[in-house]
Every structure is written in C-alpha cells, then in structure tokens.
Ligand binder design. Sequence first.
Ligand code: HEM
Length: 415
Amino acid sequence: MTMTLTEAGLTLADPSAYADEARLHQALSLLRRDEPVHWVEAAGYHPFWAVTRHADIMEIERDHAVFRNAPRPVLAKAETDERMERSRAEGTALRTLIHMDDPQHRVTRAIGADWFKPRAMRAMEQRVRELARQYVDRMSEYGGECDFTTQVATHYPLYVILSLLGLPESDFPRMLKLTQQLFGGTDKEFQRGGTTEDIMATLLDFFTYFHRLTAARRDTPTDDLASAIANARVDGELLSDYDAASYYVIIATAGHDTTSSTISGGLHALIEHPAELARLREDPALLPTAVEEMIRWVTPVKEFMRTAAADTRVNGVAVREGESVLLSYPSANRDEAVFTDPFRFDAGRDPNKHLAFGFGVHYCLGAALARMETRALFDELLPRLDSIELAGTPEWMSTTFVGGLKHLPIRYRLK
Ligand code: HEM
C-alpha cells in the first residue's frame, strides 16, 4: 500500500501503528528518505517535528543546551500536556530525570548513578543469574507451552529492579499493574480507562506508595537504592517527597517494560531467524553481540522529545524556539546510512551503534543492567533449549512510548 509523507508522519502519533511493525517501518523508511525532519499535525496532539535519521537524532541529543527535555519529554495528548503544565505550576508534577535539564539533571542523576555502574552490576550479577535460572525452571514447569511475555519476560526484570530498589516481594504484583497502566496507557488490555484522569490516578497511586517508602527509609535507613534516594542531599537538603517519589517511579517504570520487551522480542527474533539461533547456540561467545542486536531490533523505547530553547536548525530545517522534536529511535535503528542491511537480524552484528538507549547526558541510566539481565536470561535458556516454535500469533502492544510484544505464545522442549 502506498503512503504519503503526511500519512507517514501521522503514524508516529498513532499507537496502533506500533503494533504493526510492517506499517510502522514503511512510514519511517519513507520519512528517512524523503523528509527526515517532518512537521506533524495530529488531531489531539500539539504539533511536532518528527526526526527520523540517526545522525540528526545524535546531533539534537548532543546539543542539550538548546534541545531541552522540559517541558515536553515524551509525546502525550495535548490535554495531558496541559494538565502536566498545570501540575507543574502547582508543584505537584512528576519531576523525574527525563523531565529535567542541567544543572538540576546532573546533580539528581548523580544520586542514583553509582548503583548502575558496571562495577555495581558485577556485584549483582550472581543474584540476577539465580533469578534467570528460576524463570527458565518455571518454563520447564509450564510443560512445554507458555505465553513467554506474560509468564516469563514481564516478571523477571520487574523482580530484578524492585529487588535493587529494596521493595518487599509482596508489593511486586501491585507495581507490575501500575507500571503497565502507566506505560501501556494507550493499550486497551492494560489501561484503566485511557483518559488523562486515569493517567493521573495511576500516578497518584505511585506517589502514595512511594511517599510511605520515603518516610520508612528515613526512619530506618537500609542498604538499598530506595534508602540512597530517600536520604540523598542536594545542596545540603533532602529531596522533597515529590522528587524522591519521582525518582522511584522512573527507576521502577524505566527498568521494567523496556527490558521485558527486549527479552520477548529477542526470543521472537531468534524463533523467526532459526539460522541465527543455531549460530548462537554453536558459538555462545556471540551472546554479547546478539543481545545488542536484540536491543536494536526491538528498540522498546519508541521516542523521546526535546523542545528548542532558541531558534535553531536540524539538518537544514528551521526549528523555532518553543517547537518540539520527536526523536524516533526505531527509525534511527534501521537507518541505512549507519547499519548494513538494517532489516536483517544479525546475532554477530559489530559494530552496532544503535540509539535504543538514547545518547548524551540522558543516556539510559540502566543500560548496563538491561544488558546484563538480557544476557543472563539467554545464557540460562539457550543451552537448555532443545526446540522452540511459535504456538500462536504474537501480538504487539499499542503505544507511542514504551512497548513491544504483549503476547508471545511458544511451544518448546527444554533439557
Ligand atoms: C533513560 C532506553 C532499561 C533507567 C532511557 C532513555 C532511553 C532508554 C531511550 C532516554 C535516553 C535519552 O534521552 O537519550 C532503555 C532501554 C532499556 C532500558 C532500551 C532496556 C533494553 C533501563 C533499565 C533501567 C533504566 C533496566 C533501570 C533503572 C533509565 C533512567 C533513564 C533512562 C533512570 C533516565 C536517564 C536520564 O534522563 O538521565 N532509557 N532503557 N532503563 N533509563 Fe532506560
């Protein structure tokens, strides 16, 4: 089916387009080729520039003095943008790392940064491996058939991140539900009701839970990340309850659906490319490049936005102060100018300069953790896998922000 540039631009604000990868990539390829900086006016949204080339996205992220995260870090309905604006004026808005710019961003990021450095990851690796093994054992218990997304991939990364935060296991199901409501906000299967009110209600639930956590950790500090956040001082002052709660929210949400989508999508890619699966099983040393390729292939974060703080240009196109640009990571990660044969899943791809974790000062804080978790799961699963195939039709989530497979029915034999 042919598509005009206007139609291609509109797909970026259409959650259902992300559940149909062929249509999405047709639109993104067209935009990359013919109008890589394209103005989109979609009903219900404030207009924005869609930026689809790898080099332009890097350039924008590098120039963080001009391209700011505030006030519009992600694509949302105009009414949600306005509601957030009012909350900000009242001092009750979510203020996470992705809502901040320097200098506030730099000092706030530093509070959690040490917990995600490779050294800290090595210390956690043993625990993560044990969890990975438990989830593969569970696959054995399911008797050769399961929905890999809902029964394995959704739980394992949540368990890891909530353990790192230090939350009690009995609270995990509640966190799972809230995360899915927030991130899967536009998919009918997960949403409360999908309105701005529903999103605000989900946020309020998060805040209420985390306010209590801050108080508890200030009362009795422990050696978990939640304690580090609750007791951190910026210019000698403890974080406000809102800022502490915002920090937990970004860790709990960003660390979860992203990695589970990568794990599900990665397994799906291996099932769809049996030669790559065989290659990886023959040569397990390929696992690090295979994991990187899974992250590129899935690109679970579909976009972030920046807003110009001054008149500027992107790839020769004038962008005025106050206008927003949408950084299309799935498009960057199929850019023919950067990747040889970008639509081929190549377990040994090297180099692989994908932008799935973003770039620059906001580069994903949890990248090392996400890589380690994904590697641990496949390291446990692949040697035990005798056979694997689809047992039904996979389904993708409708979203414009974070997502991937919501159902992956598989049939398998494990050793
Ligand atoms: C930021 C992707 C896993 C925590 C980001 C950004 C992207 C991203 C694209 C924005 C970067 C930018 O603006 O340039 C991913 C992907 C993941 C993943 C693809 C899994 C494969 C995680 C995990 C955590 C995490 C496991 C653990 C807590 C964060 C945080 C930020 C962030 C806190 C905000 C950083 C900032 O604004 O300074 N991530 N992420 N992410 N990610 Fe991840």
